[in-house]
Each structure stands twice: as structure tokens, then as C-alpha cells.
Design a protein around this ligand. Structure first.
Ligand code: THU
Length: 133
């Protein structure tokens, strides 16, 4: 519970720095690594729309840059009822998580709904499918 409160406040802080001039939809994320460290991220859009990156991608990149490799939990926050990671980000979470990795969906009112990765991405494409991975 203490972790969730910390994840929430870091994600909200990162969201305030989101660069979303095109969609105007600011998103923040915070990853708790299995080593107990927290890494934040926000969405960073681009005038060439497909170049934009999601908040989850930023937080995961920060985790890797910080030397951690395993996602225990990730929290995403936006000014909406219920924000869930896009398919692309679910696959990124799968790369560094397990089927039981917790995904917390939060809004600015402080409501938080918790899912597992396997609920949102069952039967994920995984390294075992790739011969040389
Ligand atoms: N976005 C995220 O950062 N995370 C999500 O989980 C969903 C969508 C961003 C991408 C884009 O900058 C904006 O929200 C609108 O789609």
C-alpha cells in the first residue's frame, strides 16, 4: 500500500511534465522494479505523430537506464475514469514483467483499479517463441 501511494505521487508528478500538445491528454507512469526502486515517465508527443511515446515506455526506459530489469508493479495515471496501457505498452511490460505483474490504473481523483498483466494480455507473445532469443 505504501508502494502504491509512492507510485501514485511519482506518476502524478511526471504527468504534470507530460509533453502532449497534440492530444492534450497527459499521462504519467511509475514503475516499481523488483529491486524496490521507482522510475517515472510521461508521454512525449511529436509533430510526426507516430514518433510520440507513451508514459509507460518512458518509465520502462528509465528503469532499464537505472540498471533494473524486472517490473513488479506499474501505475498509470490520467485525467480519465480508467486508463489502461495500449497494446504496444502491454507488450513492453511483458518483456520485463511476469503474468502476475500488477498494473494499477489511476485517475486524478485518486481512484485506483488493479489488474494483472495476464488479465490484460493473456497468452502474450514471449521470448520462448523465438528460436534465437
Ligand atoms: N498514452 C499513454 O502515454 N499511455 C497510455 O496508456 C495510453 C495513451 C498517450 C499517448 C498519446 O500521447 C496520448 O496518450 C493520447 O493517446
Amino acid at each position: 500500500m505504501e508502494d502504491i501511494t509512492q507510485l501514485y505521487s511519482i506518476a502524478v508528478q511526471c504527468r504534470s511534465n507530460a509533453y502532449a500538445p497534440y492530444s492534450k491528454f497527459k499521462v504519467g507512469a511509475a514503475v516499481l522494479s523488483s529491486g524496490g526502486k521507482i522510475f517515472g515517465g510521461c508521454n512525449v508527443e511529436n509533430v510526426s505523430y507516430p514518433c510520440g511515446t507513451c508514459a509507460e515506455a518512458g518509465a520502462i526506459a528509465a528503469m532499464i537506464a537505472g540498471g533494473e530489469k524486472q517490473i513488479a508493479e506499474i501505475l498509470i495515471v490520467a485525467d480519465t475514469e480508467n486508463i489502461l496501457p495500449c497494446g504496444n505498452c502491454l507488450q513492453k511490460i511483458a518483456e520485463f514483467g511476469t503474468p502476475d505483474t500488477l498494473i494499477h490504473s489511476a485517475n486524478l481523483s485518486g481512484n485506483i483499479k488493479t489488474y494483472t498483466l495476464k488479465q490484460l494480455l493473456p497468452d502474450a507473445f514471449a521470448a520462448k517463441e523465438v528460436k534465437n532469443a
